[in-house]
Design a protein around this ligand. Structure first.
Ligand code: PAZ
Length: 328
């Protein structure tokens, strides 16, 4: 018989039916590659600390929620990591070093122009009679420019790609990663664009093996994930500039929920976006201000990306944060 850890409900519950983070970390196994993650990130952070660079820690893409310990099935969400990957490029252009903590196989900075476009990847190339491969002439200039930027970011050690898949994988790496970034104090920015599940099945309550269909329909009971912004803002990264995202589908909830998050957690910026219009318009909210950033029709026709409006605003806010400890 397998052993099951029994934790009394009174220890788990914070009074609102949600467990605290330290309990969560005690009850779940850290990912096997956490030591490697920490080693790579520490080396990157020490390098940029010595050169006094500003570093942004971007989270990108969605977390999966496993339904079985030996996982065959899992719950996923819509996020493909476009926001995070696009933002990473604008942060690099603004002179930041970027830690890109992304869902495995989601959209990557620079690669995205070829892996997530209207064409298939191989459609950019042609096979020559001499046995070589060449970029089709009509795509060569843009591909050259993109490749130069990507290689420059790698050569100057200004981009570190780290990945996650599951919710526990993400949460362990978020905790550990933000604590390591905290060595940079106010020169670190945390840009939390990942779509993180609000619900999960604790491994102690999860089926060990593949759930069988012979018993008919499946009813799932999910626990609530503890709110990670609370310990992140108060303990893990209290000196950095913290930017969280709030996604809604009901417009009337967007600003109130974003403001509620700012008040509840006490961090600096919430970016509100609606599922359907997230690529055209966002609302940037700080403790003292609220600004809608929206692409004009003209900008949309010219493929201007909303992140090209978001990142300069955040760079300015971060500058203020470093200079005065305030966002204004
Ligand atoms: O990854 P993507 O480009 O498809 O979507 C981006 C986004 C909508 C997940 C992001 O902008 C966001 O709002 N993230 C936080 C989601 C949340 O409220 O948990």
């Amino acid at each position: 018989m397998s052993e099951v850890a029994v934790v009394p409900e009174t220890i788990l519950d914070n009074g609102q039916g949600v467990i605290d983070f330290d309990v969560y970390f005690e009850m779940n196994e850290p990912p096997a590659n956490l030591p490697e993650f920490e080693e790579k990130l520490s080396a990157f952070v020490e390098y940029h600390k010595a050169t006094n660079n500003k570093v942004v820690f971007i989270t990108s893409g969605g977390t999966t929620v496993p339904l079985e310990n030996q996982t065959v099935r899992f719950i996923d969400n819509f996020s493909n990591g476009n926001r995070g990957a696009t933002s990473a490029e604008y942060f690099l252009e603004a002179g930041y070093a970027v830690v890109f903590m992304h869902r495995q196989n989601s959209v990557l900075p620079y690669h995205r122009h070829y892996t997530h476009s209207n064409l298939g990847f191989l459609d950019y190339f042609e096979a020559k009679e001499d046995g070589s491969v060449q970029v089709c002439p009509q795509y060569a200039t843009k591909m050259y420019q993109t490749l130069v930027k990507y290689q420059e970011a790698k050569k100057s050690n200004r981009i570190l790609m780290l990945d996650f898949v599951t919710l526990p994988d993400y949460l362990f790496k978020l905790q550990s990663g933000t604590k390591i970034l905290a060595r940079l104090e106010n020169r670190a920015m945390y840009y939390l664009a990942a779509a993180v599940s609000d619900f999960f099945i604790p491994s102690t309550k999860m089926a060990e093996h593949k759930i069988q269909s012979r018993d008919g329909g499946l009813t799932l009971t999910l626990d609530q994930v503890p709110k990670f912004l609370k310990p992140l803002v108060s303990h893990w990264a209290s000196k950095g500039l913290i930017v969280s995202f709030k996604l809604e589908t009901d417009t009337t909830l967007l600003v109130p929920k974003a403001r509620q998050a700012l008040t509840r957690y006490g961090h600096q910026v919430v970016i509100g976006n609606m599922l359907k219009t997230r690529k055209q318009t966002v609302t940037l909210i700080t403790q003292h201000s609220q600004k809608v950033l929206a692409l004009t029709k003209e900008q949309m026709n010219h493929d201007v990306e909303i992140e090209s409006l978001i990142i300069p605003q955040l760079v300015q806010i971060h500058q203020n944060w470093i200079a005065s400890g305030d966002t204004e």
